[in-house]
Structures are given as structure tokens and as C-alpha cells.
Design a protein around this ligand. Structure first.
Ligand code: FES
Length: 158
């Protein structure tokens, strides 16, 4: 694994311990997860115990210690989205991607997560792909959006 980006990211944050969360976010943006080697390098550069770094990395739900897919799918199953059909959408996503929430497809294209609220309850059920929100979702539309992302990746025009 090429760790030069870790060095550059730590440099960009001027080796400040107070910037640890930002450093971890930048590393995850680059590698799509927090590789152990990267965390060890951060610990060394910030003169911190590796267990402290792991403590922060496991405290925040947004961090992942296992590789994530190229595309991040997040489905809301909070009350407002649940009563409007969230569970049916989850069933469709699981069937289509053949993964459970918290998992990544074997080709590392898609990661699936569920949350309790995305903060836009009025347009529920809500799903996000790579941070872009899609409201008034239904199982068929969710599947089409993923197929569309898959076509983009393979260069096929829709
Ligand atoms: S409950 Fe789904 S966005 Fe709030």
C-alpha cells in the first residue's frame, strides 16, 4: 500500500493532534477506509498511542476499518422513512446487491449502510448514493439508481 498520501495529509494538518478526526476523514476519503498501516503511521507522526487512534476511529460511525465500496449507498430506516416503505427498499437492495447492511459487494463497487435519520424526513423514504439524497424512494427506483451508477462505471450510456 502506498502510504505517501498519509504523510501528505498529516503534513497538511501540520501534525496537530487536535486535527486527528480531520486527518482520519481525509485518509478515509483517499483510501475508502482506514487501513491499519495508515493508522500506525498517523500514531507515529502525531506521537500518539495506536490505541488512542483506534479509539477515535471506532467511536465515530462514519469511519470504517474495512475497505468500502467505490459507491456508498445509505438507506434511512428512521420512523418517517420506515412507515413509508423503507424496509421494502432495504429488501430490494439486499436482493439486488447480495449484501447485508454494513457490507461491501465483492467487486468493491457498492457499500450498503442503514441509518436512523438523514435529516430530510419530509421527503422520505430517503436513500443517498455518494452523499447525494434521493427522496420519495421506492424499491424499483432504488434498483434503477444503482443500475445507473453501475452503467456510469462501466462507461455504458443510459
Ligand atoms: S427518518 Fe428518514 S430522513 Fe429522517
Amino acid at each position: 500500500m502506498d502510504l505517501k498520501w498519509v504523510d501528505l495529509i498529516v503534513d497538511r494538518h501540520q501534525e496537530k493532534r487536535t486535527a486527528l478526526v480531520s486527518i482520519l476523514h481525509d485518509i478515509q476519503d483517499r483510501y475508502k477506509y482506514l487501513p491499519e498501516e495508515a493508522l500506525r503511521m498517523v500514531a507515529s507522526r502525531l506521537h500518539m498511542d495506536i490505541n488512542e487512534i483506534y479509539g477515535v476511529a471506532t467511536f465515530y460511525k462514519s469511519f470504517s476499518l474495512i475497505p468500502k465500496g467505490k459507491h456508498s449507498i445509505t438507506l434511512c430506516l428512521g420512523t418517517a422513512c420506515h412507515v413509508r416503505g423503507g424496509p421494502k427498499i432495504l429488501r430490494e437492495l439486499k436482493n439486488f446487491l447480495h449484501i447485508e447492511p454494513g457490507q461491501t459487494t465483492p467487486d468493491r463497487q457498492f457499500s450498503l449502510n442503514v441509518v436512523n435519520c438523514l435529516g430530510v424526513c419530509a421527503i422520505g423514504p430517503v436513500m443517498s448514493i455518494d452523499g447525494k439524497f434521493y427522496g420519495e424512494m421506492n424499491p424499483m427506483r432504488a434498483k434503477r439508481l444503482i443500475e445507473k451508477n453501475n452503467r456510469k462505471r462501466s462507461g455504458v450510456k443510459s
